[in-house]
Design a protein around this ligand. Structure first.
Ligand code: NDP
Length: 447
């Protein structure tokens, strides 16, 4: 529920951004928690900080023409939303998926602003992508698409301006094609202009693993605050992409057992715990569907094309696929089956009604902007290493990641207590992230 003033602000956001349902949802979720902040800091309302924070600083929409392998011309639409640079250059990934449109890029950019603030690092928020479907495309087609996209995007980027990275459909291969074209056009080996690079050409160790590992570290901290730990728990994960694979790997290293994961074709149940090497081989190397994992793993493992991964009983659930994939009925099933902690590896994977079910049941709930911030934090570490022409060891980088995630957890926990909502990480993350951005915006004046 929003109070009257915030309700009016929200109505204005909806009116100015018609048809962008995901963006409205992300804004509503943040505004819901800001009433007490405005009461405590009247200067924020005087300076219209909320209205300003809901309006991207700049939005770029452009055509991406390219030729497929049969010689046919293809046209896609690409976006870069440079949302807020009060804390540093715009920072956030690029998503290649047929569902991408302005409303999705804006919701992701909006979330990114607060997430980046929570890391405590000097990065602003932005996001981009294209309605391009990489599934079934050849290596050559992917390369041509990346080159065409960067031929327009490069003019908006720079290590002090806007620094993209990967997201759904954009991994090291695509980052390589994008960075190569940027380098060619600008004649600059500007490593800090993009993150998620290969470790042979300016990438940082642990960046690939960082979002998933970070989610596992965050869950461990959530459990620890209730005098528990991952060791001995049963977990389920949705997705089987970058975030999911490394979340599974770290949860299992910490003693948990992940018994189910999914992709958009269905889910597998593996009672002995997911074999991460096999999953990586099937999904990352061969780019096959998840039923191939079940087929190769043996008779104890089942694949279902129908139903939901959230029907599998677990202590801890980690949605790591996409937005609005965990509905209220899924949340109810998880609670019924004894789940006591949920951490979002994906951005906004739980619907608002799903979140309500968890909160009412007393489930410990870590929202994406806190739980999955390890990826962008490690991107900022990659920028640091690029700027100093240095590269750190795996152990050092992972230790930094752990400290950052523990720090985010502590900040959210303490802020929630300060604002009268102990244990509520949604309140903690929104308020702490918003306040960091808002203070910087006040200091920088009306820009
Ligand atoms: P990937 O493209 O590597 O993997 C996405 C995974 O989710 C795939 O297994 C995909 O299945 C699955 N998926 C996508 N859409 C659906 C759907 N509608 N139903 C079921 N499964 C689906 O992306 P990432 O792992 O990088 O990103 C996953 C989420 O994490 C996104 O929300 C992203 O914004 C967020 N995130 C990512 C970060 C990163 O560093 N990569 C950082 C912070 C957040 P399929 O193979 O069938 O398409």
């Amino acid at each position: 529920m929003l109070d009257e003033k915030l309700e009016a602000l929200f109505d204005e956001v909806v009116k100015r951004n018609l048809g962008e349902a995901e963006f409205h949802q992300a804004v509503h979720e943040v505004l819901e928690t800001l009433g007490p902040v405005l009461a405590k800091h009247p200067e924020l309302a005087e300076q219209k900080i909320i209205q300003r924070v809901c309006e991207p600083e700049r939005q770029v929409i452009f055509r991406v023409p390219w030729q497929d392998d049969s010689g046919e011309v293809q046209i896609n639409r690409a976006f870069r939303v440079e949302f807020n640079s009060a804390l540093g250059p715009y920072k956030g990934g690029l998503r290649f998926h047929p569902s991408v449109y302005l409303g999705i890029v804006k919701f992701l950019g909006f979330e990114q602003v607060f997430k980046n603030a929570l890391t405590g690092m000097p990065i602003g928020g932005g996001k981009g992508g294209a309605d391009f479907d990489p599934k079934g495309r050849s290596e050559a087609e992917i390369m041509r698409f990346c080159q065409s996209l960067m031929t327009e995007l490069y003019r908006h980027l720079g290590e002090y301006t806007d620094v993209p990275a990967g997201d759904i459909g954009v991994g090291t291969r695509e980052i390589g094609g994008l960075f190569g074209q940027y380098k060619r056009i600008t004649n600059r080996y500007e490593s800090g202009v993009i993150t998620g690079k290969g470790t042979d050409w300016g990438g940082a160790l642990v960046r690939k693993e960082a979002t998933g590992y970070g989610v596992a570290f965050f869950v461990e901290e959530m459990l620890r605050s209730r005098s528990r730990c991952l060791d001995g728990t049963t977990c389920t994960v949705s997705g089987s992409g970058n975030v999911a694979i490394y979340a599974i790997e770290k949860v299992q290293a910490l003693g948990g057992r992940v018994v189910a994961c999914s992709d958009s074709s269905g889910y597998v149940v593996d009672p002995n715990g997911i074999d991460v090497d096999l999953l990586r081989q099937v999904k990352e190397v061969e780019r096959r569907r998840i039923d191939v994992y079940a087929e190769r793993r043996g008779p104890l493992v089942s694949f279902s094309a129908d139903g939901s991964v959230w029907d599998v009983p677990c202590d801890v659930a980690m949605p790591c696929a996409t937005q609005n994939e965990l509905h209220s009925r899924d949340a109810a099933a998880l609670v019924r089956n004894g789940c006591t902690a949920v951490a979002e590896g994906a951005n906004m994977p739980t619907t608002p009604r799903g979140v309500r079910v968890f909160r009412e049941a007393g489930v410990s709930f870590g929202p994406g902007k806190a739980a999955n911030a390890g990826g962008v934090a490690t991107s900022a570490l990659e920028m640091q290493q690029n700027a100093s022409r240095d590269s750190w060891t795996f152990e050092h980088s992972e230790q930094r990641l752990y400290e950052i995630m523990a720090g985010i957890h502590r900040l959210c926990h303490e802020t929630a207590e300060e604002y009268g909502a102990p244990g509520d990480y949604v309140v903690g993350a929104n308020v702490a992230g918003f306040l960091r951005v808002a203070r910087a915006m006040l200091a920088l004046g009306l820009v």
